[in-house]
Write a protein that binds this ligand. Structure first.
Ligand code: SF4
Length: 390
């Protein structure tokens, strides 16, 4: 079946995202669905997540085995290997986890130094995503992290002794960050030798502690032009280091190290979300459904007990919404998206005139029906997507 006849769904991969919402402390830039871990007993939420995975199965009986499982948060590295094992065993019992499937756990550096890493590997985890965020102590203090640069380096070294597949997250474009400092910091990170890097520009969201600090004039976000300069410098350094971008914020040493799970999101595959506030997209009977689990852990757990589900009614997406999402997500990876898939969903052509103008400007490539962004176009991703959206 061609992609145009089958423009979205498990044909493009099938994943499970598990949201673990607790953190030791809440970082001032974070706008995720997170809560202070305090002395909570994790077992009730683990049980609820496992029950939720079962509940999904009844709504999608025809889906095959999972290509990926991603335990994100929050801080899932606060979980014991036995709890991780329970969740992964449930996923395997209920849907099946394909041999060689990518199983990622997000981990904070301090947790890695304490964790039973071989226990996590035995539980089924085969990839860690480490929240290093910076290798500068002053930046880590500013970002409210509870580790320092030496601790971050030691944690990556420890993790790499157990996991071959490892990603490091960094946050750049911090207020007042200088290009030459960032270059040296990035070189220090590259010396760690991990095969995958996720590099996020600091975005300051309303409602976060940083958002309030901006409102009080205590911090100023980096101006857009300076951010764009740092983005370009970053691409140069990582291209030369052999970790080119395969997506706006993600770099890998080789295709084998690209994130299978994130590619499912970007390429229009299906995924289930389990855990408070988790989102999902699933295709049933040729229709695409979106749903979101209850945000608050207490409500999510109470609903699981009372109703047998942690989420409300799934929303059936209209063709226009599906096409917009396919385009905005599909332009993120450098591999781009086959425009025939968008047209198959809407029944309307995507403007070739606009594509030609954007190609002349050097922002996109259009090759055999596949549209992708150039490095210059990645800086304008949102605006270009909005222009081409049905
Ligand atoms: S550890 Fe991660 S998820 Fe938790 S508050 Fe900090 S940034 Fe947010």
């Amino acid at each position: 079946m061609t992609d145009a006849l089958h423009p979205f769904g498990p044909h493009f991969g099938f994943g499970l995202y598990v949201h673990w919402p607790y953190c030791t402390r809440i970082c001032p830039y974070c706008d995720f669905n997170v809560y202070a871990a305090k002395d909570r007993d994790p077992s009730l939420l683990v049980e609820a997540i496992c029950a939720d995975i079962h509940a999904h199965r009844s709504r999608m009986p025809d889906h095959g085995a999972l290509d990926s499982v991603y335990l994100g948060g929050g801080t899932p590295s606060l979980l014991q290997p036995s709890d991780v094992q329970k969740i992964l065993q449930t996923a395997d019992d209920v849907f099946g986890v394909k041999p060689g499937a990518e199983v990622t756990l997000e981990a904070n550096p301090n947790d890695i130094m304490r964790a039973d890493l071989t226990g996590l590997r035995s539980a089924g985890v085969n990839r860690l995503s480490v929240g290093v965020q910076s290798l500068r102590d002053s930046a880590l203090a500013f970002l409210g992290r509870d580790h320092d640069a030496d601790g971050a380096k030691a944690s990556v070294a420890r993790a790499m002794r157990v996991f071959q597949s490892l990603s490091v997250d960094l946050i750049y474009a911090r207020p007042d960050q200088q290009a030459d400092d960032w270059q040296t910091e990035l070189e220090d990170v590259l010396a760690l030798g991990m095969p995958h890097l996720s590099l996020y520009e600091l975005t300051i969201k309303e409602g976060t502690a940083f958002g309030l600090a901006v409102g009080r004039g205590q911090i100023s976000p980096m101006p857009d032009d300076d951010q764009a300069d740092l983005f370009e410098l970053t691409q140069d350094i990582l291209d030369k280091a052999g970790l080119p971008a395969y997506e706006v914020s993600n770099h890998a040493m080789s295709p084998a190290h690209q994130s299978v799970h994130n590619l499912i999101y970007w390429q229009g595959g299906d995924w289930i979300g389990a855990g408070p506030g988790a989102h999902g997209r699933v295709t049933v009977g040729g229709h695409r459904y979106a749903y979101e689990a209850q945000l608050r852990p207490e409500v999510y757990m109470a609903n699981m007990q009372a109703l047998g589900t942690g989420w409300g009614d799934a929303q059936r997406l209209e063709p226009k919404a599906i096409a917009q999402e396919l385009l905005s997500m599909g332009l993120r990876p450098t591999s781009g998206i086959d425009i025939a898939r968008i047209e198959a969903v809407t029944g309307q052509p995507v403007s070739r005139e606009k594509i030609a103008v954007f190609a002349d400007e050097g922002w996109v490539r259009f090759d055999q029906g596949v549209l992708s962004l150039t490095a210059a176009g990645r800086l304008l991703a949102d605006a270009l997507t909005a222009q081409l959206s049905p």
